[in-house]
Design a protein around this ligand. Structure first.
Ligand code: OGA
Ligand code: MN
Length: 224
């Protein structure tokens, strides 16, 4: 008898992934956002968490608002530190492969026309927060779909640091999400203002954005 082997952490389980992607697509269709606990494949989540721990803190930069020339460090809005994921490390590459599968699934199922993806690790130290904001502005940005994944074991209500997703500008209550290990949140970037409440413990996550292609004439955006 050959002992049953665990799936390697890098190799995704296509059937499980497609089941999850189907549920996310349904959530997005019904309500514009999706909150799925324990969604990230365990092996992928573990390796991302370990990689994030290994990254020297100098790889993290104080997070700024906007990009390029509009990049602005703004303590008033956010205080976390970030590190962009480029796929050089195995864990980051596996994450980019997995999100690429999500992208093509959603394009097939919902015709979203998602074209590219960018993402970063984020580290919130105790006291860090990210005030209410949109990830994209209507008619201006080309960020279409936001995705956030969390890597915090044994998180409790007392640890704060919830993501609060608001239905619109007038919603004061919102939906609170604990940043629990393996939780995946997906939402339409232009539709939902959201914030991160001050964390009382170190809080680890990845935030990412799928974009549509907004190339006009000879200007290519996002850069290839
Ligand atoms: C962001 C963001 C949410 C979170 O980085 O834009 O809203 O829960 N992050 O980390
Ligand atoms: Mn955001």
């Amino acid at each position: 008898m050959v002992a049953l082997q665990q799936l390697p952490s890098s190799g995704g389980d296509k059937t499980n992934d497609e089941t999850l992607f189907g549920l996310i697509a349904q959530d997005l269709e019904n309500q514009g956002y999706s909150i799925r606990h324990g969604a990230l494949p365990e092996g992928l989540a573990m390796s991302l968490f370990e990689h994030q721990q290994d990254l020297a803190s100098e790889a993290f930069k104080k997070a700024g608002i906007g990009r390029g020339e509009n990049y602005l460090e703004n303590e008033f809005v956010r205080t976390d530190e970030i590190c962009w994921i480029n796929g050089d490390a195995e864990a980051g590459k596996n994450w980019l492969d997995w999100t690429a599968n999500l992208q093509s699934f959603l394009n097939r199922r919902l015709f979203l026309g998602l074209f590219s993806f960018e993402s970063h690790f984020a580290h919130y130290r105790p006291g860090d927060y990210y005030k209410r904001h949109y990830d994209a502005f209507r008619g201006e940005a080309n960020r279409v779909l936001s995705v956030v994944a969390y890597f915090n074991s044994d998180w409790t209500v007392a640890d704060g640091g919830e993501l609060v997703l608001y239905k619109d500008d007038h919603d004061k209550q919102g939906v609170k999400v604990m940043p629990l290990f393996g939780t995946l949140v997906t939402f339409l970037s232009e539709e939902f203002p959201h914030e991160v409440l001050a964390a009382k413990r170190d809080r680890h996550s990845i935030a990412g954005w799928f974009r549509v292609n907004t190339s006009v004439f000879d200007r290519v955006d996002p850069p290839l």
